[in-house]
Design a protein. Structure first.
Ligand SMILES: N[C@@H](CCC(=O)N[C@@H](CS)C(=O)NCC(=O)O)C(=O)O
Length: 320
């Protein structure tokens, strides 16, 4: 991480913990949007490019939220991406040759932390992905996936090539409560189980994860989508955790009461989403497995499991 703009060689890849050994995620520092003037300049063809770029990691569920939103809304041509390698280096996320990542000769930075110090020479905090980067001003506009998905959906609406509305006003309250229901217990819950540093903190997180999955299994007996009768941001948020569960969390994070493939309704939901190209093409199981299993604190020898064989891998192969 960075302290007053200086990269620290001794840093803990496991973020923070509280006194009881519970995992605590850092809050995001940059919270701006793309200006309406810039969007209008592109709509009126005064300008060709929006002048922003999205920095992501395919391993990262939060970054993948933004990739799926970008694809679903038809914003790919306006928002180029740069992809870091799945394995965190001693200097944090870096660009390089891992298949599907952006090579260093296509990128003006070598490490993600350089974007943070370019934006704020005194930055203190972790150099996380995703980042929405202002190419013109060379600074970070936003590094919070929740904001990025919403600003893509709302502020970039004039550029959408799709009718999808990820946060329709009529469903907003339901979406927010669904998101809250799954965030601490599942999206972040799997991390709380995986990075717990006490048996009690692990068991507490494990119980919450499976309480939520049991609830979702019942939910998808009746519902096709997370909320209402259409795709929303809640589906994106749920998907990014479900799709990582069997290949990574089940064994690495010890959330091993059941796999997603043992839940028939949740599996059917996951497969429905994987038939939509925005979900399938932004799911890179090679990055997910290489990245999670490289976390030394949890897997000191770095051995990447060969399995599992999952039925839904065929949807990804069709696209590759
Ligand atoms: N609040 C952020 C969280 C992003 C986040 O935690 N990203 C992780 C990867 S999944 C990261 O970049 N970690 C690097 C680090 O902690 O140093 C968001 O949702 O955008």
């Amino acid at each position: 991480m960075l302290v007053n703009g200086i990269w620290q060689s001794k840093w803990d890849p496991v973020q923070k913990k509280d006194a009881e050994g519970r995992f605590v995620r850092q809050s995001s520092a940059f919270r701006d949007s793309v200006s309406a003037e810039r969007v209008n300049a592109v709509v009126s063809q005064q300008k060709q490019a929006l002048g922003v770029k999205l920095y992501v990691a395919y391993i990262c569920p939060w970054a993948t939220r933004t990739l799926i939103a970008r694809s679903l809304l038809g914003l790919e041509e306006y928002i180029p991406i740069s992809v870091v390698e799945p394995v965190l280096s001693d200097y944090g996320w870096k660009f390089g040759d891992f298949p599907g990542s952006t090579a260093t000769d296509h990128e003006s930075f070598e490490y993600m932390h350089q974007l943070y110090t370019r934006s704020d020479a005194e930055y203190t905090g972790r150099a996380t992905v995703p980042v929405l980067w202002d190419v013109e001003q060379e600074l970070i506009l936003n590094n919070e996936s929740e904001d990025i998905v919403r600003l893509f959906n709302r502020d970039l609406r004039p550029l959408h090539r799709s009718e999808v509305d990820l946060l329709p006003v009529t469903l907003e309250q339901q979406i927010i409560s669904f998101n809250e229901r799954i965030y601490e217990s599942l999206n972040n819950g799997v991390y709380k189980a995986g990075f717990a540093s006490s048996q009690g903190a692990y068991e507490e997180a494990y119980a919450e994860v499976f309480r939520t999955l049991d609830w979702l299994e019942a939910h998808f007996a009746e519902q096709r989508f997370a909320v209402g009768e259409q795709l929303t941001e809640s589906d994106i948020r749920l998907f990014v955790t479900l799709v990582r569960f069997d290949p990574a969390y089940f064994s690495l994070f010890k959330t091993n009461r059941q796999r997603i493939s043992d839940y028939s309704n949740i599996s059917a939901y996951l497969e429905r989403l994987l038939q939509i190209s925005a979900f399938a093409k932004n799911t890179r199981v090679d990055h997910i497995k290489a990245g999670y299993y490289s976390i030394q604190a949890l897997n000191p020898n770095g051995i990447v499991p060969a399995g599992p064989e999952l039925d839904w891998y065929s949807y990804l192969e069709e696209l590759s």
